[in-house]
Design a protein around this ligand. Structure first.
Ligand SMILES: *[C@@H]1O[C@H](CO)[C@@H](O)[C@H](O)[C@H]1NC(C)=O
Ligand SMILES: *[C@@H]1O[C@H](CO)[C@@H](O)[C@H](O)[C@H]1NC(C)=O
Length: 164
């Protein structure tokens, strides 16, 4: 009886170790800031917020991050307007603190970057503010490699008709 118990414990220990949490799997993090693209107020605030993120990357605490396109229509898995900020794996605490303090009332989808895109956007996803349903169909279960938040040039979006 004792030896069976020992065997069970040993097997459990092996299973737990082989499924061990491997932080090195995470190459970085995405923060997707949402805005209502047809609501002038929400749109303008998102635009300003994106400039603040850019300033913070250039001169502040978000040096390990980069800001991506301003999507004025639903793009990829995102159901409304959005823009992405990618923070490398050593910038999590700064990125998270910054978004917590500065997002205003924009919902922000937050997820880790591993090769497993669907799990990253489902089981591992978090929202700052109200959660939204996202469309998983554009995502791949296994991309074989993850985004690494390499710098890309910052581009101001072209003004939309309702801004002129
Ligand atoms: C993240 O970016 C910062 C700023 O460029 C850099 O100092 C740091 O080494 C980067 N971390 C990783 C894990 O690449
Ligand atoms: C979100 O915040 C902005 C700026 O503080 C405010 O003008 C707007 O009414 C708020 N929207 C909602 C839905 O609370």
């Amino acid at each position: 009886m004792k030896s069976i118990l020992l065997l069970v414990i040993t097997l459990a220990a092996i299973v737990l170790t082989t499924n061990a949490w491997d932080e090195s799997e995470i190459t970085g993090y995405h923060f997707h800031t949402y805005f209502f693209q047809n609501n002038k107020n929400s749109y303008q605030r998102a635009l300003l917020f994106r400039r603040q993120v850019h300033e913070e990357i250039e001169h502040g605490s978000l040096k390990g991050c980069r800001v991506n396109h301003f999507n004025v229509v639903p793009t990829g898995p995102h159901p409304i307007g959005s823009f992405e900020t990618c923070c490398n794996s050593s910038s999590l605490s700064h990125g998270m603190s910054w978004f917590m303090l500065n997002r205003g009332n924009h919902s922000v989808l937050f997820h880790p970057l591993t090769r497993y895109e669907i799990i990253d956007h489902t089981d591992r996803v978090m929202f700052l503010g109200s959660p939204l349903f996202i469309d998983l169909t554009p995502l791949e279960a296994d991309r074989h490699e993850a985004d690494t938040c390499d710098p890309i040039p910052y581009v101001e979006p072209t003004p939309q008709p309702h801004e002129q």
